[in-house]
Write a protein that binds this ligand. Structure first.
Ligand SMILES: Cc1cc2nc3c(=O)[nH]c(=O)nc-3n(C[C@H](O)[C@H](O)[C@H](O)COP(=O)(O)OP(=O)(O)OC[C@H]3O[C@@H](n4cnc5c(N)ncnc54)[C@H](O)[C@@H]3O)c2cc1C
Length: 398
């Protein structure tokens, strides 16, 4: 195995594969290696649909080998350390690899262990999470089995991938309860570590109406610290100066948990990290602020925008343009404006397509008001985007 490559990409997920494909479309002679430990590749945006019972979870997974670009070399391994002064990375098995240019696309880390008792009860006792391929289908079981009582939907106090996912499943559950005639017996509650429902007022307005029509109670600035599955109890504590001494024990009949998340440990403990652990890149050029031959995108990158696949679709062409410029001795002038999108499912057949930039200013694609719930946008999410992902985004064509 060659221990030196012109470009090494860490992570063969949404971001890593899109960038590799785009680079190879520009020049298929580039020597690109992708370091990726997993045999499987996941289309995670459909996990909310799987948890709502309208998407077959097995269709969200493909073999990693099948999404690898033909001319990229797959190094099956896990990166454990960086040595940017010597243009080298280390794998868990001790292998040291050298690069001329490095792209870090290793995603986000799910810290399930931070919530006491969660690992023991996840997937049973009506405790579910769409943040896992294995457990997303159990969410729909919990929704179907719910016959009334308290349904709790949790959003952690940390950054997460897809800021809408912790609450879109709540709107789907509420709509399901309505259809089955159990909404009147449901006490739906949202417990969040954030300060508000959604950062962009234009879309938040619609979501607040959705909450109102299902009588959803909203609780902010709280952190889930413990789940007692067998006794169906969750313990939250307050966060922030005003709430920090508060503790709440909440009984539940079903609980949807979103795990606390962070930059992967091997990044946050490395010289590449910023003060909060993410890869320290310029938010416009996606080039590292200290190492000019390192770039990052996707969930692992320190970009002050919502972490989504939609954001990656706009980041990848910018990164590729800048990387090629730098390889040719030119400055990195292409700019990413923070574009991100969240297809907010608000019910079966209803969706608000939020699209916005670093300033939380709407950046809408369609010539109509996207803050309205629409069937057409639901069809986009349910049928068109999954196809686009496998057929166009991963091959670097969209
Ligand atoms: C429930 C849910 C709903 C979502 N809904 C939406 C949505 O509606 N719209 C949307 O746009 N986005 C959505 N997302 C977010 C979207 O899936 C992510 O933002 C996107 O997958 C991030 O891509 P990435 O390449 O950065 O990370 P990933 O796709 O997670 O890939 C990271 C890769 O890095 C690899 N890796 C990790 N550690 C190492 C290591 N040490 N060495 C080498 N490789 C490593 C991993 O194995 C993985 O293959 C959702 C996510 C979830 C979980």
């Amino acid at each position: 195995m060659s221990l030196k490559h012109q470009i090494i990409i860490i992570g063969g997920g949404n971001a890593g594969i899109s960038v590799a494909s785009r680079l190879l479309l520009q020049n298929n002679l580039l020597d690109i290696a992708i370091v990726e430990p997993s045999d499987k590749h996941y289309y995670q945006p459909a996990w909310t649909l799987a948890g709502s019972g309208v998407f077959d979870i097995s269709k969200t997974m493909r073999n990693e080998a099948d999404v690898m670009p033909e001319n990229a070399k797959w190094i099956k391994g896990k990166v454990s350390g960086f040595d940017p002064e010597h243009n080298a990375i280390t794998l868990e098995d001790g292998t040291r690899l050298h690069y001329d240019f490095l792209v870090v696309a290793a995603g986000i880390q799910l810290n399930w262990d931070e919530i006491k008792g969660l690992n023991e009860t996840l997937g049973k006792n009506n405790v579910c999470s769409n943040y896992s391929y294995d457990y997303a289908p159990y969410t729909f079981e919990c929704i179907q089995n719910f016959k009334g009582g308290k349904a709790i939907f949790h959003n952690p106090h940390t950054p997460v991938k897809c800021g809408g996912a912790p609450h879109k499943i709540m709107y789907m559950a509420a709509d399901y309860f309505r259809k089955k005639g159990v909404l009147d017996k449901a006490n739906i509650q949202y417990w969040s570590g954030g300060t508000r429902l959604f950062a962009v007022p234009k879309y938040e307005k619609t979501l607040l109406k959705v909450c109102e029509r299902a009588h959803i109670n909203l609780h902010f600035m709280v952190k889930l610290v413990e789940v007692d599955g067998p006794n169906k109890k969750a313990r939250f504590v307050g966060i922030g100066e005003q709430n920090k001494d508060q503790s709440y024990e909440v009984a539940f009949d079903m609980l949807h948990v979103t795990p606390p998340q962070s930059a992967p440990d091997f990044i946050r403990n490395s010289p590449l990290a910023n003060s909060t652990g993410w890869v320290d890149v310029d938010k416009y050029s996606l080039q590292h602020v200290r190492y000019a031959n390192i770039f990052s995108l996707g969930d692992a990158a320190g970009l002050p925008t919502s972490k989504t696949g939609a954001a990656i679709r706009k980041q990848a062409p910018v990164l590729v343009e800048n990387l090629i410029a730098v390889m040719n001795g030119q400055p990195a002038t292409a700019q990413y404006n923070g574009y991100t999108s969240c297809p907010l499912l608000t019910g079966y057949g209803k969706l608000v397509l939020a699209e916005f930039d670093y300033e939380n200013k709407p950046q809408e694609t369609f010539p109509f008001d996207q803050s309205k719930e629409r069937w057409s946008m639901y069809i986009l999410k349910r049928h068109i985007l999954p196809w686009l992902y496998w057929a166009k985004i991963l091959p670097g064509k969209a």
